[in-house]
Design a protein around this ligand. Structure first.
Ligand SMILES: Nc1ncnc2c1ncn2[C@@H]1O[C@H](COP(=O)(O)OP(=O)(O)OP(=O)(O)O)[C@@H](O)[C@H]1O
Ligand SMILES: [Mg+2]
Length: 355
């Protein structure tokens, strides 16, 4: 009789703390992101001394702790300092100036927003923040439908740090010059984790989520290996949850290699990053790649034009590069007799934003 026989009756969950496997769960410790958190803190620090802060542009591929690192810093700011407000906005949901100011009012505790228009809301936001200072994070900034709010906040707020987060480094280059020249952000690149870092991060997360002894060693190794290959911590979280479900379905008290293999087999159905995430023109290009994975970029462009696509070859190349940064496609450079070319592959295990 094993230790768990008494504890885990048939059909009971193997997971002790389900929340810990959520993508939004913020662990107490965020190993391997100390340098990045410090850089963010350094840009914010002047606000705590009554001076203006610096702005930061954070970029890097999906699932490597950009959101987590920034939220960690904000949390500490909120818990330990009164000098500056901490505001976090995800531009995926909050994508217009009106919605941004409304959300800011809400986070600042201002309730009387009814019947106020965009510029009135901005005035409220400025009058509250200008009595102190604020750190304002715009996560997934590339998903915003307009960027006027950036301009207005830079102009109206006296002491602030604006932090922008995106997968696309190229996004900044395309930003309206009028905004860019006033923002002048520091660039902060997040790099992918190594295999051993991924293993350590997932090990900590596993120990939050599961009682000791539930995971077979080789089963967990395979999870870490897959997450390393996908270069995305979310893949590991997804596989842990799915493998646990497979084990529970057969009332197993251990999660074995076989359960992880079943979870992996089911994974391709979930394209990681929902392609809903893409804007219309990017989606049209992504659809061409999906249908003709493994072709040369020039040939894909011809197919795209044939299908009624309108952008120039240069823009097409830029969009493909952006899809690569967003982990939707992978690029393979080939040197042949006719010179260099790029082969574009569809990525099958993409970002797991939703279960
Ligand atoms: N260093 C770390 N320590 C512990 N957990 C981490 C670490 N890095 C990432 N994670 C976890 O991995 C998951 C993905 O991280 P996060 O949401 O920050 O990714 P991201 O870089 O913002 O990705 P995206 O660009 O897709 O938004 C989260 O659940 C997060 O808690
Ligand atoms: Mg994020």
């Amino acid at each position: 009789m094993g230790l768990f026989d008494d504890v885990l009756k048939e059909g009971e969950s193997l997971i002790r703390n389900e929340n810990a496997l959520d993508y939004e769960f913020l662990p107490k410790l965020l190993p391997f992101r100390e340098r990045e958190q410090e850089a963010i803190a350094r840009a914010i620090a002047p606000l705590l001394q009554g001076r203006n802060g610096r702005n930061i542009f954070i970029h890097g591929p999906p699932g490597i702790g950009k959101t987590a690192a920034v939220r960690h810093v904000l949390k500490e700011l909120e818990e330990e300092h009164d000098e500056a407000y901490a505001i976090y906005i995800n531009c995926w949901q909050t994508d217009t100036s009106y919605k941004v100011y409304l959300e800011m009012c809400d986070q600042l505790g201002f309730k009387f927003t009814q019947n106020k228009n965009t510029s009135e809301l901005l005035k409220v936001v400025a009058s509250i923040i200008n009595k102190k200072a604020a750190v304002i994070v715009f996560d997934e900034i590339d998903k915003a439908a307009e960027f006027d709010f950036l301009y207005s906040l830079i102009q109206e707020l006296l002491k602030k740090s604006i932090i922008l987060i995106t997968n696309y480094k190229s996004w900044l280059a395309e930003l309206d010059e009028r905004i860019k020249s006033r923002l002048t952000p520091e660039l902060l690149a997040f790099k992918e984790y190594t295999g051993s870092q991924t293993l350590e991060i997932l090990r900590q997360r596993r120990d939050y989520a599961f009682p000791p002894g539930v995971w077979d060693t080789e089963a967990f190794s395979l999870v870490a290996q897959r997450a390393t290959a996908a270069k995305d911590i979310r893949t590991g979280l997804f596989l842990m949850r799915e493998a646990a479900a497979k084990a529970e379905a057969v009332a197993s008290k251990k999660i074995t290699l076989d359960h992880v293999k079943q979870a992996i087999a089911g994974m391709d159905e979930f394209t990681i990053k929902n392609s809903q995430d893409l804007k219309e023109d990017e989606r049209a290009i992504y659809d061409i790649v999906k249908a003709h994975s493994g072709k040369k970029i020039g040939d894909l462009y011809k197919l795209y034009k044939k299908a009624g696509g309108e952008v120039s070859y240069k823009t097409f190349q830029r969009k493909i590069a952006a899809l690569d940064e967003g982990n939707f496609v992978t690029l393979e450079r080939q040197t042949g007799e006719g010179g260099n070319t790029t082969i574009v592959h569809r990525k099958t295990t993409t970002k797991l934003t939703e279960f």
